[in-house]
Write a protein that binds this ligand. Structure first.
Ligand SMILES: CC(C)(COP(=O)(O)OP(=O)(O)OC[C@H]1O[C@@H](n2cnc3c(N)ncnc32)[C@H](O)[C@@H]1OP(=O)(O)O)[C@@H](O)C(=O)NCCC(=O)NCCS
Length: 245
């Protein structure tokens, strides 16, 4: 295990990108929980099962560094609508995380305040116009206009998902009512601030956190089969004036 200890303060969000490639680590079986192992075995396709295990191993390894405990001891529980959080009342309760994956890339966002994150590979998408007419607001549709490479479409999509995941109530929230403020750099919706972060590989990603927060988003890359690498010089101040949250 690497000795790198991430430093997280009240005004930062760490966004780890994790390529979901390569073999499963040798200690996979001992690291994931029984329920994770059972869930892995329910995937129909071996590739999905493999990616699921890789992202759970990565999540555990990343969180273990903040908590300073072995990855197998990281313990999370899920809320009524499925949002996971660290269990326990100690150090764990002060760290929030959320994850997302698209194809062979996962992201894990970690902060000291509640958050939601979503990432999507920008790709051809047959049902884009159905989703646009059903789930996008009139303002979003108007701003989107002609979007041949679908990057705007996925940016709005990930903003909606990040907001929904921050709130934590899943699809009990009607996506068509979630206003992402796109193409503004950031927007506030029902007490949550949302912004998009620079693309990692061919993806777009967005993150949502309490509106009172103005964190610096710190991107990092996590290599399951090597040392985690910081990506220098890409920190993104969401706004220059910061208030504690
Ligand atoms: C389940 C949902 C929370 C995200 O689903 P998703 O985009 O398919 O999956 P992602 O990879 O982004 O996120 C999955 C992770 O979110 C987390 N998660 C699950 N339920 C959550 C909830 N209610 N709130 C926050 N996070 C949640 C889990 O960590 C999960 O990881 P896991 O699969 O390892 O358990 C939900 O928003 C959903 O199903 N959305 C449907 C997608 C859609 O139609 N979008 C249209 C956009 S316009």
């Amino acid at each position: 295990m690497s000795t790198l200890k991430p430093i997280l303060n009240e005004q930062t969000v760490d966004v780890w990108s994790v390529p979901l490639v390569g073999r499963l680590p040798i200690d996979t079986h001992e690291t994931v929980s029984v329920s994770e192992w059972e869930r892995a075995n329910r995937f129909h396709y071996a590739r999905d099962r493999h990616r699921y295990l890789l992202r759970r191993i990565a999540l555990r390894r990343i969180l273990s560094r903040y908590l300073d405990i072995p990855s197998a001891d990281v313990d999370y529980v899920t809320g009524k609508y499925g949002k996971p959080r660290l269990s326990g009342l100690g150090k764990e309760s002060r760290i929030s995380f959320n994850t997302s994956s698209s194809q062979d890339l996962a992201v894990v966002a970690v902060a000291r305040f509640p958050l939601g994150v979503d990432v999507e590979v920008v790709r051809p998408f047959d049902n884009a116009s159905d989703i646009t007419s059903r789930e996008f607001t009139a303002d979003e549709r108007g701003s989107l206009g002609d979007d041949p490479d679908l990057s705007g479409f996925f940016e709005i999509w990930t903003r909606k998902e990040a907001l929904v995941k921050a709130v934590g109530k899943g699809l009990a929230i009607e996506l068509g009512l979630v206003d992402t403020g796109w193409p503004k750099r950031e927007a506030v919706w029902q007490g949550w601030r949302v912004t998009s972060f620079p693309s990692i590989r061919e993806t777009v990603g967005s993150i949502a956190f309490p509106a009172a927060c103005h964190p610096v988003i710190q991107p990092h890359e996590f290599m399951l089969h090597g040392r985690p690498i910081d990506i220098p010089g890409r920190s993104l101040p969401v706004r220059s004036a910061r208030i504690p949250c």
